[in-house]
Every structure is written in structure tokens, then in C-alpha cells.
Design a protein around this ligand. Structure first.
Ligand code: GLU
Length: 429
């Protein structure tokens, strides 16, 4: 077990190395898959509202496209780094493979803080990002999507810039678009709902029902919100939600023993997932420290914010009532913390499976966009649920048969699929 803080890319590499050993991969396969196939780092000059010019740093990393065009979101975050994007691109490769989508893995990012930017400035960043990468992305090359602090509106600006540059309508270039502008119904809900479908399947395999289950959630952005909505709708109870407070520049946990009411909380949340502290108090929520979400007497923890939130230095705070952690975020649990959780008998349903509902629905959106024929919401959700149930069953079953963790099982399935594609193409032997 390592105690040295790892970056997301190092985390992704160490998870891969473990599975490469289990699969006895040869050196060429390891050398190919431990690193991205291509990466781009560029400057985005933006004329700000006050007339000054600011240069933002943008990235796109394509980890592997043996199974299909690259796929993955674009994050806006002040602490974004190329290294983080590398790790996230690698995770996208495994996520698309475990969900059995004909897509590869990629990720993008811009170092910026949308809290401090007007919508016009954000639009310029989106357009500038596309201008720098236009020759290396596209419906059959690499397909971006929303991620941390980017929304359907950002996707539409990116699409508009792309279409202007290539001179034709290209709705399959990007996913997560607004409904009515090439977006799929249920894409917004898909990641959070997928988390709950996966949780339900994991509980079912342990002879437990979703009804009556108690959970504590970190993050009330797109993923956290819809996970909370579906979980409470299906009879679960959310005891606490932790989220970022932009004014105080720290996180707080909002807890209420009677449970969280989704609509009520959503009504007092800003577009970045920040909950209004005064209104929350008026509604009877107790405000606690940011890490307190780990300490709630809940059976399930759902980290749905950023990477490395459950680490060696705070994993001991995880309450003794916790049985399972379902990763709504990408990379929320460090390998060292995971080893300690597993030792305590706490299962971790890994990100590549648990949050694959988003990219699965993105795949549906691409299919709809490319054929210019759009499905009903129920049809999208039925297809999503059936894919999530199938992927969850495969992972749960393999973990049981091989006696490995759920993350190792998910990795075994996905790495094997990607290696096979690379071999079939003749890239490696
Ligand atoms: N950003 C999401 C993820 O991390 C979705 C990616 C996509 O839809 O392409 O899975």
C-alpha cells in the first residue's frame, strides 16, 4: 500500500498495472496502454468583458481508439492539469469498454474557473477550444461531451464553432447537447440514474433491496442530483449531501435525520451544485464540515464530485455503518484508501462501471444524431437500464468467480476487450 499522494494519471496507471499482471499482458501491450496514444495542449486567447485579453490553457488527450472514436467530456476547472486529463482519458477507455460501447477513451479540459467568468467569456473559451483542436476531433475521430462545470449550453457553442469551421451540420461531433438541438432525452439524468441502477444490481447480488437503504452523497452537481432524485424515488433515504461553497471556498455537509428532499434542495442550489446555506438552515438542514458526509450513519456512500476525495488520510472517517461505496465521480477513491476499505469489508463499486450511464447515453445520443431520428424518453431510459443491468451483472459475476474486487473485475473485462481490439488491428501481438 502506498502512502505517497498519487496524481489521477498515476492512479490510473497503478490500477492498470495490477490488471496487466492478472492478465499476464506482454510488454508491448503494457507500453501501449499505460500511456495515451495522442495528446494535445494548447493556448486559448480570450477577449474578456473588461477589454483585456486572457490566455487559457486547453487540453485534449486521446488514450485509445482501437474500439472506436475517442469519447469523453471536457472539464472546466481552475486546478485542471494535463496529468489529470491523461488519467481521466485512460479511465474513459475502460469505461466505454466495460459498457461494451464501440468507442475509445479521451478527455479534455481547460484551466479556468467558471464561477469567475461571464457566460460570454465561457462561450469564447468553448469556441477557442474547438478552434485549436478542430482537425483532431469529429464524429468519427473523437467526440467530446460535458463533464465537471460544463453543460448542454457549452456543448452547443462547441458544436456551432465546429460546424462553422467545417462548413456543414455535424450533430454527431459532440454529445450532451440541448434537447431539440440534437441532444437526447434523458442524457442529463443518465449518469446519476446509472449510478442508482448499478447500486440496485450490486445490492441485489448481496440479497439486499434498494428500498429502505440509507446513503450519504458528496457533490450536488449533475451526477449527485439525479442519483439523489432516483434513489429517493425508489425508496432509499439520503441522510446528507456535501457540496462546495464558493463564498467560503470550502465544502460543507448538509444533513437532516428525516432525509433529504430532492426538489426542496434542488430549488436552493446554484448551477454549479452549490447549496444556499441560509435557505438550507431554514429548511431544517444541519451544516457540518465538508468531510462529515463520510461519517454519517449510512449504509452507502456516493462520492459524486471530484477525484481523490477518499484518501489514506481521511478513509478512517468512513462510518462503521457503511457497506458499499458507489463511485459517481471519476477516480474518487485512491488505491491506498480502497485497499483499506476492502480490508474493512466495504465494497467499492468502481467508477468505470457505476458512472458509465452518462457515456452510454452519449452513445445513444450519437446514434440518434447520426441518423437524425430521436427516441422517446422512455425508450432511452429502458435501453440505458438494460445496458447498465447487463454490465453490472458481468462485473459482479466475474468478481465472484475469480475472487477479485469489483474494480479488478471491471478492469479485467475492459482491458481484455481493448487488448483484443489492439491485437485484431495488428497494433500488438
Ligand atoms: N464526462 C462523462 C464521463 O466522465 C461523460 C462522457 C461522455 O458522455 O462522453 O463519463
Amino acid at each position: 500500500m502506498t502512502t505517497v499522494a498519487q496524481t489521477p494519471f498515476q492512479m490510473a496507471q497503478s490500477q492498470f498495472d495490477r490488471v496487466a499482471d492478472l492478465l499476464d499482458l506482454n510488454q508491448a501491450a503494457r507500453d501501449l496502454l499505460r500511456f495515451p496514444i495522442r495528446e494535445y495542449s494548447f493556448a486559448i486567447p480570450v477577449r474578456m468583458d473588461d477589454g483585456s485579453t486572457q490566455i487559457f490553457r486547453g487540453f485534449r488527450v486521446q488514450h485509445n481508439d482501437a474500439r472506436g472514436p475517442g469519447k469523453g467530456g471536457v472539464r472546466f476547472h481552475p486546478q485542471e492539469t494535463l496529468d489529470t486529463v491523461r488519467g481521466l482519458a485512460m479511465w474513459m477507455t475502460w469505461k466505454c469498454a466495460v459498457a461494451d460501447l464501440p468507442l475509445g477513451g479521451a478527455k479534455g479540459g481547460v484551466v479556468c474557473d467558471p464561477h469567475q467568468l461571464s457566460m460570454r467569456e465561457q462561450e469564447q473559451i468553448c469556441r477557442g477550444w474547438v478552434r485549436q483542436i478542430v482537425r483532431n476531433v469529429g464524429a468519427n475521430t473523437d467526440v467530446p461531451a460535458p463533464d465537471v462545470m460544463t453543460s448542454a449550453q457549452h456543448m452547443l457553442w462547441m458544436l456551432d464553432e465546429f460546424e462553422t469551421l467545417v462548413g456543414s451540420r455535424q450533430p454527431g461531433f459532440i454529445t450532451g447537447k440541448p434537447v431539440g438541438m440534437g441532444g437526447s432525452l434523458a442524457r442529463t439524468e443518465a449518469t446519476g440514474y446509472g449510478v442508482i441502477y448499478t447500486l440496485r444490481e450490486a445490492l441485489r447480488a448481496r440479497f439486499r433491496k434498494l428500498e429502505g437503504v440509507t446513503a450519504s452523497v458528496q457533490g450536488f452537481g449533475n451526477v449527485g442530483q439525479y442519483a439523489v432524485q432516483l434513489l429517493t424515488k425508489l425508496g432509499g433515504k439520503v441522510l446528507a449531501i456535501s457540496c462546495w461553497d464558493q463564498k467560503d471556498r470550502c465544502s460543507y455537509t448538509y444533513a437532516r435525520s428525516s432525509g433529504v428532499d430532492f426538489d426542496e434542495l434542488k430549488g436552493i442550489t446554484d448551477r454549479f451544485g452549490g447549496i444556499d446555506p441560509d435557505k438550507a438552515r431554514d429548511l431544517g438542514y444541519e451544516r457540518m464540515a465538508g468531510d462529515a458526509w463520510l461519517e454519517q450513519e449510512a449504509e452507502i456512500l456516493i462520492p459524486a464530485a471530484l477525484d481523490r476525495e477518499i484518501r489514506e488520510d481521511n478513509v478512517e472517517k468512513v462510518a462503521s455503518s457503511v457497506k458499499m461505496i458507489v463511485e459517481g465521480a471519476n477516480g474518487p477513491t485512491t488505491p491506498g484508501a480502497e485497499a483499506m476499505l476492502l480490508k474493512r469489508g466495504i465494497e467499492v463499486v468502481p467508477d468505470l462501471l457505476a458512472n458509465s450511464g452518462g457515456v452510454t447515453c452519449s452513445y445513444f445520443e450519437q446514434v440518434q444524431s447520426n441518423s437524425n431520428y430521436y427516441w422517446e424518453r422512455d425508450e432511452v431510459l429502458a435501453k440505458l437500464e438494460s445496458r447498465m443491468v447487463g454490465a453490472s451483472a458481468a462485473v459482479l459475476d466475474l468478481a465472484e468467480r475469480r475472487g477479485v474486487s469489483l474494480r479488478e473485475a471491471a478492469y479485467l473485462i475492459s482491458v481484455d476487450r481493448v487488448v483484443r481490439a489492439c491485437r485484431d488491428r495488428g497494433w500488438i501481438q
